[in-house]
Design a protein around this ligand. Structure first.
Ligand code: OOG
Ligand code: NI
Length: 465
């Protein structure tokens, strides 16, 4: 039998994320400007901080530090979502987490397709925040039916993408040539189409119901709406954006600046108004559409349910004091309120660990590697004796309040719409054709495994029993 010559899912994902990056830079030049700025700030940050450089050299690959970490798409139908799941699976990306954004006035619910194992994340962490439009939240039944009819007709995947996905599922992978074709075919789904599927009049009616509905329904496919590289200093990139001719959103989403970063901080430049044309019989009528932007992210430690509870409470507290407006007029006050509320969140790794707020990965110190113990001990005493060290586990997921802030700032600064909160994970999973993974279980598993391997290495006799 022929040797298995399949490319790994991680390699296919890497090729896909590189291809997306090239395509998006070409499509949205402002994104290229942002990437250049991020690269420069990352290089400056590393030059100024030798310790950070050393740590990143040991744990990450420095030359890939400024590469994309995520992107986002918005889908229209359950069939599109379940096919998307199959396509992402070929690239080793699985649905993690459920995000209900209806509470924030955005008629979608979402998951993030991402690699889950440590090695896969390290090889290439690229994820896609994927939303499904909820037409059930649209009050106007006639408009809803029109939208449904349009969505039913479109085919967002090429025949080649469908065929190669099926082949990967049947045979367990793709060889190099097929993987290259797969990446090229799948890229088509994410491409921008400047010719709308609909007339200017229907576009306007859908747009008036909610801008997001127009974005999803009126085009041939779910164009990638942003990509997001990693920055080592988000505050600095945010401050420098205007000097480079790009307009940042009003505030950085997520926790405030801290010594020990937690969860995820993100900001974006505002979506651009782009020329599109609408179908008018046999002709095309010029118009514009606003959907695409660029974002940056800086990640910190993954929090336990207890830590996340505290985060949510403090964020809520600060937003009761000041709610950031889209025009940025109260940005300073918001930052101050946020910093003040978060003074209650411990800001050293030791305190965060002792209070059970974050997930850590444990490993043996130099001293621990030379030591063998007669019996099992608890991890705290091993740390106290300098045999074991702990490092924060990076948060790889998203935050619904932040995601809503990113959505809102890119849907225009107009009045926000209210929907009744209606999370429906069951419905989402039925449409997806699979359950989403629970993020907390994932981090808990990594932490437990790291503790177990320390204990086994320190007490080999017991482990061998
Ligand atoms: C997705 C917005 C959410 C994030 O980073 O939280 C997101 C969208 O606008 O489609 O990407
Ligand atoms: Ni994003």
């Amino acid at each position: 039998m022929k040797e298995n010559s399949f490319l790994s899912a991680d390699d296919i994902r890497s090729a896909f994320s590189a291809a997306m990056s090239i395509m998006y830079r070409e499509e949205v030049p402002a994104y290229g400007t942002l990437m250049d700025l991020v690269e420069r700030v990352n290089a400056e940050t590393l030059c100024a901080d030798a310790q950070l450089k050393e740590r990143l050299t040991a744990t990450d690959s420095l030359e890939r530090i400024s590469e994309e970490r995520h992107g986002a798409i918005r889908l229209g139908t359950p069939a599109e979502l379940s096919m998307m799941r199959r396509v992402f699976a070929v690239m080793g990306m699985y649905p993690v987490g459920y995000y209900d954004l209806s509470t924030a006035g955005v008629p979608v619910h979402s998951t993030a397709f991402r690699p889950v194992g440590e090695a896969s994340l390290k090889r290439n962490p690229f994820r896609v925040f994927t939303s499904l439009l909820r037409l059930d939240l649209i009050a106007d039944v006639t408009l809803r039916a029109e939208a449904e009819a349009i969505l039913k007709e479109r085919r967002i995947f090429t025949e080649g993408a469908v065929e190669l996905t099926g082949r990967a599922e049947r045979t367990g992978g793709l060889d190099k040539a097929d993987a290259e074709r797969f990446v090229a075919e799948v890229l088509e789904t994410f491409r921008w189409h400047d010719r709308a599927n609909v007339s200017a009049d229907l576009y306007k009616r859908l747009h008036d119901a909610h801008r997001l509905i127009a974005d999803v329904v009126c085009f041939k496919g779910p164009h990638i709406n942003h990509l997001t590289p990693r920055t080592l200093d988000i505050d600095r990139v945010q401050a420098l954006m205007p000097d480079h001719g790009i307009a940042p959103k009003a505030v950085v989403e997520g926790p405030p600046t801290r010594q020990c970063p937690i969860l995820l901080r993100q900001t974006s430049f505002k979506a651009l108004e782009e020329a599109v044309s609408f179908r008018e019989g046999d002709c095309w009528k010029a118009g514009s559409h606003t959907a695409r932007f660029g974002e940056i992210e800086q990640r910190g430690i993954a929090l336990t349910p207890k830590g996340r509870g505290l985060y949510d409470r403090l964020l809520d507290e600060s937003r009761k004091v000041v709610r950031p407006t889209a025009d940025g007029s109260n940005a300073r006050q918001y930052e101050a309120a946020l910093a003040e509320a978060f003074a209650a969140f411990p800001d050293s790794w030791a305190e965060i660990r002792e209070a059970g707020l974050g997930y850590f990965s444990y490993s043996l110190t130099e001293k621990g590697r030379r030591m063998k113990l007669p019996g099992r001990r608890d991890i705290d005493s091993l740390i106290a004796e300098g045999l074991v060290r702990f490092d924060p586990i990076v948060y790889e997921d998203f935050l619904p309040v932040s995601a809503a802030g990113i959505f809102q700032s890119n849907l225009g600064d107009g009045a926000q719409q209210e929907f009744v909160a209606s999370p429906n994970q069951q419905r989402f999973e039925a449409d997806l054709g699979a359950a989403v993974l629970n993020e907390f279980e994932h981090y808990d598993g990594i932490e437990r495994a790291s503790i177990e391997s320390c204990l086994e290495a320190l007490t080999p006799a017991i482990a061998a029993e």
